[in-house]
Write a protein that binds this ligand. Structure first.
Ligand SMILES: *Cc1c(COP(=O)(O)O)cnc(C)c1O
Length: 428
C-alpha cells in the first residue's frame, strides 16, 4: 500500500501529504546534523553508565526507608557523569520540574539572602515559588528577596544592569535555558557560559543555577560544562526519554546537592533514604533513550516550523534558526487556529485519540487554555503535546514526540485540521 493511502485513511489529503514530504526533503541535511548530536549524546550516556558500573541489580528497587539502594545511588552517579558534576540527586520523590527547582532554591538559600534572575521573568510556576505572586511557603515568606534584570530589546544580556543588581546579599543566580512559553530566544549553552563567567568575575561565590527543562541533550554540552553550579530538570521531559513515570533531578556541586537532599528528606537523613520502589528500570532505560527521543522531538519541532512557515504563519523559532530547546510556537492570530491545531495533535495520539480537546478555564491562567495530550505518562511533555492560551496573538506551543514518525503524523493532522478550518488557502 502506498503511504499516502494510509494517510488518506486518517483524513490527510494528498495535497497536504505531498506538501509536507517536499518540505521534509529540504530538511534532510538539517536532520543529519541532529543525528550527529544524538550520536555523541548516546555515547555519552553509555559511557556514563559503564563508568558507574550499572548492573542488572541496579534495575531492581527498594521499599521502606530505601537504605543502601544500589540502583538509586548508581543512577545518581550516572547523572553526575553525564553532567560532569560532583554529585546528583535523581528521585521519584521529586514530583515535577517545578518541585526540583523549588527544592534547589529553598535548600540553598537562607533568610536574608537574595535571588537574582538576570534573564527576565522565570517560568510561570516559579512565580509562586519565589513569591512574585503571593503564595504560601514562598521564598519571600522566608525572608528571601528577589531581583530580576530584563534582557535587552535585542535579547542580549544587560551586563550593566546585572552588575548593578548584584550586591552583598546576592546568593544565587537562576538562569532559565529554555524560553518556556515566552517570546524571548532560548539560550545556547555557550551563551549561558558567558553569563556565568560574568557573574563569577564579580563574585565567584555566587551559586549559578540553570533551569535546564527542555534543554537536555539538544546540544552536546550542558550548562554544567560551562560553569553552572547546579542544573535542574524534570524526568517527564527530555532526560526521562518518555519512560520515566515521574521524577526530577538536580546535578551539581557536592554541597548544593547535599543541601537539596537534606531538604528533600530531612536534616540528618539526606541522600541515605528514599526508596526507589519500582521505577529504576524506567529511569535507566529512559535516560538511555533520551538522546534519540530528544532528537526526534527536535526534528518534529523543525518540521512543524517549516510546514506552517511556508503556509504563511509566523513561527518561533523559524525553520532555519539554530535550536536550543524542543519547543515550537506557531502564531495564528485567530482562536480557531489554536483550537484546530490542538485537536489535530490529539487526533494523532496513541492514547485518548477519540477525545476532542476544548478551551477551558484552568487554575493559574488568566485566559482559557486548550491542551492536547494523548500521553502514556500523564502530562508528559516529551510526548507529542500542544497547548495554547485563548488570547492574542493566539499562539500554540508544540513539543515532543517520542518518535519522529509520530511527530510527523501529528503535524500532518494538525496542519490538515487548520486547513479544514479554512485558515490555509493554497499550498505551493
Ligand atoms: C516545564 C518547565 C518547568 C516546570 O516543570 P513542571 O514539570 O511543569 O513543573 C520549569 N521551567 C521550564 C523552563 C519548563 O519548561
Amino acid at each position: 500500500m502506498k503511504t499516502e493511502n494510509i494517510y488518506r485513511s486518517f483524513g490527510i489529503e494528498d495535497s497536504t501529504f505531498f506538501y509536507a514530504n517536499q518540505i521534509l526533503d529540504e530538511l534532510k541535511e538539517r536532520f543529519l546534523k541532529i543525528d550527529e548530536i544524538a550520536e555523541i549524546n548516546q555515547l555519552k550516556v553509555i559511557k556514563a553508565m559503564q563508568d558507574a558500573r550499572v548492573s542488572e541489580a541496579c534495575l531492581l528497587g527498594t521499599s521502606g526507608y530505601g537504605y543502601s539502594d544500589i540502583g538509586r545511588d548508581t543512577l545518581e552517579k550516572v547523572y553526575a557523569n553525564i553532567f560532569h558534576t560532583e554529585d546528583a540527586l535523581v528521585r521519584p520523590q521529586i514530583t515535577c520540574g517545578t518541585h526540583a527547582l523549588a527544592l534547589a532554591l529553598m535548600s540553598n538559600l537562607r533568610p536574608g539572602d537574595e535571588l537574582l534572575s538576570p534573564v527576565g521573568k522565570p517560568y510561570d510556576t516559579l512565580e509562586e515559588v519565589i513569591g512574585i505572586r503571593e503564595s504560601k511557603g514562598s521564598l519571600k515568606e522566608y525572608g528571601i528577596s528577589y531581583r530580576q534584570v530584563e534582557l535587552l530589546e535585542n535579547g542580549d544580556f544587560d551586563f550593566e544592569g546585572i552588575k548593578n543588581a548584584i550586591n552583598e546579599r546576592t546568593k544565587l543566580v537562576t538562569i532559565q535555558r529554555s524560553k518556556g512559553y515566552q517570546t524571548r530566544k532560548t539560550l545556547s549553552v555557550e551563551k549561558i557560559g558567558e553569563l556565568i563567567a560574568f557573574v563569577k568575575k564579580i563574585r565567584p561565590d555566587i551559586i549559578c543555577m540553570v533551569d535546564n527543562c527542555y534543554g537536555e541533550f539538544v546540544q552536546t554540552i550542558e550548562p554544567s560544562d560551562v560553569g553552572a553550579d547546579m542544573v535542574v530538570g524534570s524526568l517527564i521531559k527530555n532526560p526521562g526519554g518518555g519512560l520515566a513515570p515521574i521524577g526530577g533531578y538536580i546535578a551539581g556541586k557536592k554541597e548544593c546537592v547535599e543541601n537539596a537532599a537534606f531538604r528533600l528528606t530531612s536534616p540528618g537523613l539526606g541522600k541515605e533514604v528514599g526508596a526507589s520502589l519500582g521505577v529504576l528500570k524506567d529511569f535507566y532505560q529512559g535516560l538511555f533513550l533520551a538522546p534519540t527521543v530528544t532528537a526526534n522531538a527536535l526534528k518534529g519541532a523543525i518540521f512543524a516550523s517549516a510546514c506552517f512557515e511556508k503556509a504563511g504563519f509566523s513561527v518561533i523559532p523559524d525553520s532555519k534558526e539554530e535550536r536550543f530547546d524542543i519547543i515550537q510556537a506557531v502564531t495564528f492570530h485567530k482562536k480557531e487556529g489554536v483550537i484546530a491545531f490542538c485537536q489535530g495533535i490529539q487526533a494523532a495520539a496513541p492514547v485518548d485519540s477519540f477525545v476532542e480537546p476544548q478551551p477551558w478555564d484552568m487554575p493559574g491562567y488568566d485566559s482559557q487554555v486548550i491542551m492536547a495530550a494523548g500521553a502514556f505518562v500523564s502530562g508528559s511533555s516529551i510526548e507529542l503535546s500542544a497547548d495554547g492560551p485563548i488570547k492574542p496573538p493566539y499562539a500554540v506551543y508544540f513539543q515532543g514526540g517520542l518518535t519522529f514518525e509520530h511527530a510527523k503524523f501529528g503535524i500532518l493532522k494538525a496542519f490538515q485540521a487548520v486547513k479544514n478550518a479554512g485558515l490555509i488557502k493554497e499550498l505551493s
